[in-house]
Design a binder for this molecule. Structure first.
Ligand code: MOS
Length: 753
């Protein structure tokens, strides 16, 4: 979005000097060589902060600029402002720092053992798992690891701050949370929020990476603009962004699962070690969602799950599509796969038997209104699963160098911010005297199509052409105290606020029309910009009615406020009804593994997804496709590597592989399941932002099954991503690779179609 804001002449450019070591005490900082470079305007340190040097959202543990200690490689220490971006970057390289190095911790289990937790551990409990394990016929234990994930929004982090009238600032920020930026900026500058107009036009992607972590870059620009009285812009270089910003939280987890003779999961225990990085950021909230989703789409009567938020010397990890849910779901899927292996059955047999039914209780007390079996059964029928299985079996029986695998991945994802107070939104709607409509909300457009949905809401309520409606940028002067665009809840919350505002105006328009037609408002309708009385068309148009209403001095503007009803959660007992509703679905994934090279292809993902009733199938399909491929990337190829010194080694796209067009499943079938149960979604069109990412977990388990088809005794660990290297190790974990190739008959089909 920053590239679409015209540059004001005299604009200065910023760049941050980040700590070259991951943990230590600053002995000295020398900026003199940098400061004397031609074109450098000024270098700022924490000493230049007029207010508080603090940007922590949940826990106040994150300085904007380091004072005497550094906690991660790349932690901002100084801010250079210069006439050009090139000079600013060149000056950063001339800053010298002397740091006394301290021990670097990158492993969350070590951090937990040292007692280095950001918040106290949380435990969700239902029933009595200790007792229940005694009644289980089958008990399996293990560990599972999931790595982080780089957000890789196409637009890197950035902001543009412009001094404005009367000691105020206008700041264009590439953020999912304009109010978070405004609030922390006010605290850092030591001024009131009303002096800060944060404007967000649209983002080149967010994926959670700009829910909290856009804030510091906006404040850097604001700090410099405040002191220098000049516009200041900063768009991060990709490698700065990758080095200095946090990612999806990696997790290391332990599980114990117990089943009865009928394959019902009777007991489940899990311990999650979340790698939070050097500051809380959103990790405590991410941790909570891991617990909410630790049993995925299954009913388990006896559960005990504990999660640790572990402080390490990595950049603060943060929100990423799914927000801890995928990390929790991977672990129970691993537990089920382990049980299935040991019992010599498919995971699907266990999964299908344990799907949630309506009325079943989640470990956090809410009762399910379940579409789990509806999605699963529809997928089995629609995609003719038995036929697919037969094809795979015959392929595997006749090919020894290539093997296919299949997996089922049911999902269940709760919609609402888990922090109850955040489930509120506002919208400002103006109808102008020419009949055009202007809508502002707290929703941030980041490619997910929320502006289109907001436009649909206004156009539908008024029954006018969408060309008559304009959606504004998200701006803290128009809409105050916004929740970030996150938690898949943006269209619901802001859409309901738009609906409320439009309905209030509509009622006044109908009252106005009723006066004109000397009748009751209840018999007035507006359809396709025409006014109807008793369902009879009149000559009056939308435009006529609008101007007539204006002439009567009736307000054509409204501010709508929406707060999700019925949700509550008591975290002293970890029970409540935190979600407005759940989204369900089932994906069936088939893959082919090349058993010599370890490389693979996703042949097909066929899924059935619970949409309620979609209000925009094109946008929703796009969200499913994008989320799925992003999930496949996380599960298969995206491998974040920090060395023991806490330095990011996968710090560019040459060393960090992300999905491309060839990673998209060759077949991708999406069935829109209309579900009839009532929900609190806008126009009953269920949230679709995050849930589809979790279908990607199915690819991991399909690959695992293909490896097992080749090597039934494989000792492959539950460790994502399943890179080709890991596939290769799994394929040959009990035999010599060369020996196997030697034994394979020549002339076999090498490239399966
Ligand atoms: Mo999203 S991961 O809730 O910003």
């Amino acid at each position: 979005m920053l590239e679409s804001i015209p540059l004001i002449s005299g604009t200065l450019f910023a760049a941050v000097f980040g700590s070259p070591v991951a943990h230590g005490k600053i002995i000295s900082l020398d900026v003199s060589a940098a400061e004397s470079m031609p074109g450098v305007k000024r270098i700022f340190t924490y000493k230049d902060i007029p207010g508080k040097n603090q940007i922590g959202g949940i826990v106040p543990d994150e300085p904007l600029l380091a004072e005497d200690e550094v906690h991660f490689d790349g932690m901002p220490v100084a801010l250079v402002v210069a006439e050009t971006q090139e000079i600013a970057h060149a000056a950063v390289k001339k800053i010298k720092i002397d740091i006394e190095k301290h021990t670097v911790i990158t492993d969350p289990r070590i951090a937990q053992a040292n007692g280095s937790l950001i918040v106290p551990p949380r435990t969700f409990k239902m029933g009595d798992s200790t007792k229940a394990f005694k009644d289980c016929v089958h008990i399996f234990e293990g560990t599972a690891e999931t790595n982080g994930q780089e957000h890789l929004y196409i637009e890197t982090q950035g902001a543009y701050a412009i001094p404005a009238e009367n000691s105020s600032l206008k700041v264009y920020s590439s953020t999912q949370g304009p109010t978070a930026v405004q609030r922390h900026m006010a605290a850092v500058l030591g001024i009131s929020m009303h002096r800060l107009e944060i404007d967000t036009v649209r983002l080149g992607g967010g994926f959670g990476g700009k829910e909290d972590q856009a804030t510091s870059w906006a404040i850097f620009c604001a700090l410099a603009a405040w002191h220098l009285k000049k516009p200041v812009k900063y768009s991060l270089h990709r490698m700065e962004d990758m080095r200095m910003t946090g990612k999806r939280n990696p997790y290391s987890s332990d599980f114990k699962i117990g089943l009865n003779a009928d394959l019902k999961i009777i007991a489940y225990e899990a311990t999650f070690y979340q790698n939070a990085g050097a500051a809380a950021d959103l990790s405590p909230a991410v941790l909570e969602r891991t617990l909410f989703h630790c049993t995925n789409s299954y009913f388990v009567p006896n559960v005990s799950a504990t999660a640790y938020c572990c402080r390490t010397n990595l950049p603060p990890n943060t929100a990423f599509r799914g927000f801890g849910g995928p990390q929790g779901m991977f672990v129970i899927e691993a537990a089920i796969a382990k049980a299935a292996d040991a019992l010599g059955i498919t995971a699907a047999e266990i999964q299908q038997k344990n799907l949630l039914n309506t009325g079943d209780e989640f470990p956090y007390g809410q009762k399910a209104v379940s579409e789990a079996s509806a999605c699963w059964n529809k997928a089995v029928d629609l995609y003719q699963v038995q036929k697919i299985k037969n094809e795979i079996n015959s392929f595997n029986a006749t090919n020894s160098l290539y093997k296919k695998g299949i997996s089922f991945m049911p999902i269940c994802f709760g919609i609402s911010f888990t922090k109850i107070l955040m489930n509120q939104a506002r919208a400002l709607v103006h109808v102008y005297m020419d009949g055009s409509v202007n809508v502002s909300t707290g929703a941030v457009e980041m490619g997910q199509g929320v502006n289109t949905k907001m436009l649909q809401v206004a156009a539908t309520i008024f029954s006018i052409d969408t060309n008559k409606v304009r959606i504004n940028s998200t701006n803290t002067y128009r809409i105050a105290n916004t929740s970030p665009s996150a938690a898949s809840a943006t269209a619901d919350l802001n859409g309901k606020a738009v609906q409320i505002a439009c309905e209030k105006i509509l009622l006044r328009l109908k009252q106005s029309a009723a006066e004109i037609f000397k009748t009751e408002p209840a018999v007035i309708d507006i359809k396709d910009e025409r006014i109807l009385v008793h369902n009879q068309l009149t000559d009056m148009t939308w435009n006529d009615l609008v101007i007539a209403t204006y002439l009567k001095r009736i307000s054509l503007s409204e501010h709508g406020h929406y707060a999700t009803p019925g949700i509550h959660f008591d975290n002293t007992i970890e029970k409540g009804h935190p979600f407005a509703y759940h989204v369900y679905g089932t994906a069936i994934t088939t893959v082919t593994v090349d058993c010599i090279r370890g490389i693979y292809e996703v042949d097909a993902v066929r899924l059935v997804h619970d949409f309620g009733t979609t209000m925009n199938p094109i946008i929703d399909r796009g969200q499913i496709e994008g989320g799925l491929v992003q999930g496949i990337g996380w599960m298969t190829m995206e491998e974040i590597v920090y060395d023991k010194e806490g330095k990011l080694r996968s710090n560019a796209l040459s060393t960090y592989k992300v999905p491309d067009i060839y990673s998209v499943p060759k077949n991708l079938d999406i069935h829109f399941l209309e579900t009839a149960n009532d929900n609190l979604a806008i126009f009953r069109s269920k949230a679709v932002g995050e849930p589809p990412l979790m279908y990607g977990i199915g690819t991991y388990f399909a690959l695992r099954n293909a490896i097992k088809a080749f090597n039934p005794k494989t000792a492959i660990a539950f460790s994502a991503p399943m890179t080709p290297e890991k596939v290769l190790m799994g394929l040959y974990s009990h035999m010599e690779r060369a020996e196997h190739i030697h034994k394979t008959s020549v002339g076999e089909q090498l490239i399966p179609d």
